[in-house]
Design a protein around this ligand. Sequence first.
Ligand code: 13P
Ligand code: 13P
Ligand code: MG
Ligand code: MG
Length: 362
Amino acid sequence: MSSKITLSVFKADVGGFVGHGSVHPDMLKKAEDTLGQDGMDLLIDFFVTHVGDDINLVLTHREGVDAENIHTLVWNTFLKCTEVAKTLKMYGAGQDLLSHGFSGNIKGMGPGIAEMEFEERPSEPVIIFMADKTEPGAWNFPLYKIFADPFNTIGLVIDPKMHEGFSFEVLDLIEDKSVKFSCPEELYDLLIFLGASNRYVVRSVFTKNKEIAAVSSTQKMNQMAGRYVGKDDPVLIVRCQSGLPAVGEVLEPFANPHLVTGWMRGSHYGPIIPVSQKQAVPTRFDGPPRVIAMGFQLANGRLIGPQDLFADVAFDRAREKALEIADYIRQLGPFEPHRLPLDEMEYTTMPLVMERLKNRFK
Ligand code: 13P
Ligand code: 13P
Ligand code: MG
Ligand code: MG
């Protein structure tokens, strides 16, 4: 057992209520009861919430990253929620649990995972971002702004503890290889990859002293399953303050909603709306994509919170702007760039239509 704290966030869509919009309260209750009972000796604390149709489990413990007992507890929790979902005939019950041949680690099994282990500081503010109707590449733009853009994060300029910059670990989702960039020295090299957020995603960010600052979930389920099984709605953990970006610097990129992939049938570009947890129920065209930010202070691993950080009126205009962008881009209907390019859609009728029409091509 370690003196360090592990903060683990797991997410899975194990059944939508109604369609892909939300999670039934009985399923959330089942998650809470299961973690409370089966996790009693293992966990320091836990918090259960949902964004759209995804259940998010926030756990603290001392078992480290990738711990078999923690992953088993979470897998069993999602299985129990799936049973409830099946009884209530929720939509796509068990959608994110790819196989029942679980062998101790959830990686590659469907659910999204972000975990980090660290020595808890005298004060340890953390923010957990959770999104629905999008994918891990959605974090590239805000992570760049938070940790590398002085127009977003003034601390990079005026805080002596941050002036050195940060290192980004970027994962190539197709080759399954990662590469590290030291910033600001290698900013331009970093950006050629981060701009291609469907293929290259930020997996983690470190201080120059190798302290962990941020970790994202980087599962890509369509690749894992070899077929469409749902978008891999992502989570992100960011530690804040005292040599790391301030809470307000971490939230700031979301004041200007960027375009992400996902939305209806996982096949469209749309603006990501920062919302309160209560507003995290995507309806219009199954969206638009949305993100919540849950803030906690850790106290010896206890999760003090959450503060629902996007509930602030200061994000009202971001929401309005996102809705305007949604109105505009929806008018394009089945045309790119609202609809994704052919090779990035989660599913398509193209091969069928092509086969039927092949003799008409002259
Ligand atoms: P189905 O209605 O066939 O599940 O597809 C629509 C959808 O909701 C995509 O996830
Ligand atoms: P989820 O990935 O959130 O289940 O959404 C599926 C979808 O295609 C909605 O239209
Ligand atoms: Mg769903
Ligand atoms: Mg979802």
